[in-house]
Design a protein around this ligand. Structure first.
Ligand code: HEC
Ligand code: HEC
Ligand code: HEC
Ligand code: HEC
Length: 176
């Protein structure tokens, strides 16, 4: 009886997973967001991200600290190592069939925090918050950050959502 019930739960889980992937959004890359989100009057989010460490995350995988860590841990090249790339590159964190324009060099890109943009990036959708959220936009909370800011990272620092958010803040001064 218990086995049967478990089997049913597994089937249900598979069904839910299959239907969720039926409407898949693709990762378009930061250059697409830049078209509309680089104006000083609305917060120049792209320029701010370019200055924060997320956009530089691929460079860290070639730094001396990375090379030293790699040598000690039998990693040939951290910049090609899946174990490091999964947090340092949005491109590598997502399935190959979901990559639509995003590049590895972007490091931790907009869409790691805001969700894949293929459906919400169009002007008609974007101007409505409700429509954007229905089409894959995420307004990130702490849980999103903790996907990467955790002890699996060999260089982990204690994560504080308030202070860390303040460091990467890119608000729109024109928003109500
Ligand atoms: C065609 C223009 C356009 C593109 C492309 C675009 N956006 Fe937007 N986005 C807007 C507009 C317009 C708003 C409404 C607020 C504003 O003026 O900034 C908005 C709002 C947002 C918001 C705030 C939602 C809210 O209500 O709090 C986020 C987050 C966002 N965009 C992220 C992105 C990301 C990430 C990308 C790239 C994948 C992107 N946008 C691409 C035009 C665009
Ligand atoms: C996809 C993985 C990922 C997500 C999601 C993510 N980060 Fe990061 N974050 C990184 C990586 C990787 C670095 C290090 C970049 C580097 O220096 O190479 C970093 C660095 C930072 C830094 C700089 C830390 C320092 O030492 O100065 C801050 C601040 C930060 N993240 C805040 C956040 C916040 C806030 C969120 C959630 C809203 C978030 N991050 C979500 C991967 C992520
Ligand atoms: C679980 C996600 C995750 C994994 C896996 C990960 N990193 Fe990171 N890495 C981060 C985050 C987040 C930061 C920013 C530091 C922080 O706030 O914890 C970071 C920071 C760094 C830094 C900058 C350290 C500093 O303080 O200047 C280097 C170098 C680095 N990582 C190399 C690597 C290497 C090499 C690997 C693979 C062996 C790796 N990372 C795997 C998430 C990760
Ligand atoms: C590390 C995570 C992270 C990355 C990377 C990131 N954002 Fe954000 N973004 C946030 C958080 C957190 C907020 C605040 C959400 C809220 O207010 O609920 C935000 C807010 C925004 C807003 C709304 C601003 C407002 O005040 O209405 C826009 C627009 C936006 N981001 C665009 C972008 C674009 C474009 C990129 C890439 C160039 C980007 N973000 C990269 C985490 C991120």
């Amino acid at each position: 009886m218990q086995i049967k019930k478990n089997l049913m739960l597994v089937c249900l889980a598979l069904f839910v997973a299959a239907s969720a992937s039926a409407q898949t959004f693709k990762y378009v890359g930061a250059d697409k967001c830049k078209i509309c989100h680089n104006k000083p009057a609305t917060g120049e989010q792209y320029a701010k991200w370019q200055k924060d460490l997320h956009s530089q995350a691929m460079k860290s995988l070639s730094s001396q600290a990375s090379l030293d860590y790699a040598k000690k841990n039998g990693i040939a090249d951290p910049a090609k190592e899946a174990k490091c790339l999964k947090c340092h590159s949005t491109f590598d964190a997502v399935a190959a069939n979901l990559r639509g324009g995003i590049t590895q060099a972007e490091g931790v890109s907009c869409e790691s925090c805001h969700g894949a943009g293929s459906a919400y990036k169009s002007p008609v959708i974007m101007k409505s918050k409700e429509q954007s959220l229905k089409n894959g936009l995420i307004l990130p909370t702490k849980e999103i950050c903790l996907q990467c800011h955790n002890k699996e990272n060999p260089f982990h620092k204690e994560f504080n959502f308030e202070t860390f958010s303040a460091k990467i803040a890119h608000p729109n001064p024109a928003a109500k």
